[in-house]
Write a protein that binds this ligand. Sequence first.
Ligand code: ADP
Ligand code: MG
Length: 736
Amino acid sequence: MVTNANGSVNGSARSWARGPRRDAAPAAAEPAGSATACPVAGTLAALRAGLDPGELSQYVRAFVEQLLDAGVENEVERDGYLTQLLGAMQQHGYPRLRKADLRDMFARAARDRQSATGTQTQDSVGPAAGSWGAFAEPPPVAAGVVPPAGWHVSEDGVFQVGGGAGGGRGGEPLLVCPVPVVITGRLIDAEGGQESIALAWPRDGRWKPKVVGRAVVANKSKIVDLAADGFPVTCETSGKVVRYLADFEAENIDRIPRETVSPALGWVDDTRSFLWGVEQLRPALAESGAAVVLFQGAEAGDEQVARGFHAHGEWEDWRTGVLPFLELPKIRLILTASLAAPLLGVLGVPNPIVELCGETSGGKTVALRGATSCWGNPDERAQDAAMSTWDTTRVGAERMLAVINNLPLVLDDTRRARDSTLVNQIVYDVVAGRGRTRGSPKGLQGVGTWSTVLLSSGEVSVNDQNEKGGARARVVSLWGSPFGAVTGETGERVKALNRTVLAHYGHAGPRFVRFILDRRGEWPTWKERLEAVVREYTQRAGNNAILNRMADTFAVFALAGELAAEALEIPALARRPVDELWGELSGEVREGDVPTRALRCAYDWAVSRPKNFFSPCRHESDREQPHDGWAGRWDATTSGWAFLAYMPHKLAKVLEEGGFDSGATVRSWKDKGWLQTAPAGTHQQHRVEGAQVRLVTILRTALDLLGMTVPSGGGLCQRPDAAGGATTPSGSRDGM
Ligand SMILES: Nc1ncnc2c1ncn2[C@@H]1O[C@H](COP(=O)(O)OP(=O)(O)O)[C@@H](O)[C@H]1O
Ligand SMILES: [Mg+2]
């Protein structure tokens, strides 16, 4: 069907292809319209088969507008025209529309028109080629950037116009996109040199920016994926949209700003600026024209990680709320560790780990939130949080590490980890400072490196999760409540701090980074200061191997505290928490009740299965080795018993099943004097069924001291071998 040869048809078609109420040419101006009684005769005649749904709805809308243009308000008259429209549509094989829907559309258009009467005259003649159509809020494009030739862009969308290859079907303007889309920038990857395109389109009343890979906008099947972001593209229009964007870029290639993007946060542009979330922090006296670097996630989810780093509430409120807690050395330590993150890269210090260990309700989570609040949203339950929990996967943690660079990685509660292997792997990844090599369709990718401090919490130490970890070196473990003794008053204060940091965050960190940026010239002297503190701590550590290995970690925290005290005008931060915590950090003092609970676990297991332990005082008829071997030796005598001795491998299994790290547990029991050892320090030897074996020998005195045994009468073998089988203590679950 050929409809475009006739000028009038073409005219009316133009008005519908353009669609917009304001620049639609009134039907009265159409030669056909002015001469006949029917104001939409030309438009009806212009209808043809094969319009896609978008085009068809534009057509219907334009039809309604024309009726309004012609002043049709009478319902009967209106219904008559609508019936004609339905008939014409049916004739061309389109699905039947409901008349009621058409009436609604008519009423809506009439209302819109009424409310827009004030602005109706502006732009009644379409804009000139190469300039923007009507916009309430102009497109966020650089000066001189214009719509490409062959395209018309206004608030009503992107239209393909003009004849030849650029024209729509039959040369009339063709709606390609129901909202305008513009290119605001070209982005070059800071590392790999890959290119991306920054797009913007109106969404919810503002121009929504979105950076996409260049390959995406060049491919009509890939560009459809952007629909998930609210990008107005369908598989029907994708080809045209790709074409439009290509034309747009070609037309404006010299005027579209070129920017550099980074897939990771932290230091960029040769440590001349810092990406704190999506914001680029620069020195106060940045040379004009300094490189603009934007964050651009390499993979889905990366942007969400970056979004956690933003500010909320007031800096002064944060400062006043946090200040009183800086008296507490553990809070000061975790806070300076958090602030130290950007310094690690500058000073070349390896990645440290600081963990809060101890029982539930000790304020560990609140303390981690406090540390996180320097940088961003500390609500680990929020979508855009700068803090997470251990309930992640190794890949998830690696994504976080790839993005969170020169900023702290905060993971709350190791109990939430799927297993202890995962904790070890992530600790290993942090300490290694680089990811595993991963193949990806884009090539060899993801051998990311990261400089960060891991702040963690858990009931047990990440070091105690497993013994193999080479990570042991740099974990600073703080045991017990970081807020000190558990009292009701402290509880209230902890809650108040929690409220403060959930409402006011993301101020201290960026302030500190700006301070660092502004003092670039002093960095070499900072290095010297750091080295001096390292020497100081090394000397103080003497031959304590743990403290010796920690010297550079302690030193960078000390320096971070001193610098932050100046940057944030909080003198309390300059006092070194490590000095106050020295005894505890040396590993001599360990609060927390993990060894005790582990002991209870081991004892309870034995109590529930006494017959699994070899006992020479039990009658031979009642001494049958369990199918998986003896668990150890537990002597039963009339005078009670002196020790409970476990086969090391059996104890390990029992403890691991109870969620404890066996190696660390046995070590701590030994340290506490709960075990009987041979003079050489090895496990005590015992005879089990004729063989001499070394067993982990738990002293009854330790169990008594901790109140685990029932005083007189509850122990094993109070009524010894006399009556066979009576060796089972009361409450035994044996034989179940
Ligand atoms: N030292 C303390 N004394 C009294 N109450 C405390 C103390 N530390 C924490 N709490 C209370 O425990 C609550 C939970 O704190 P949270 O940080 O979730 O503990 P955790 O993460 O160690 O389980 C806090 O809101 C606070 O009321
Ligand atoms: Mg917690």
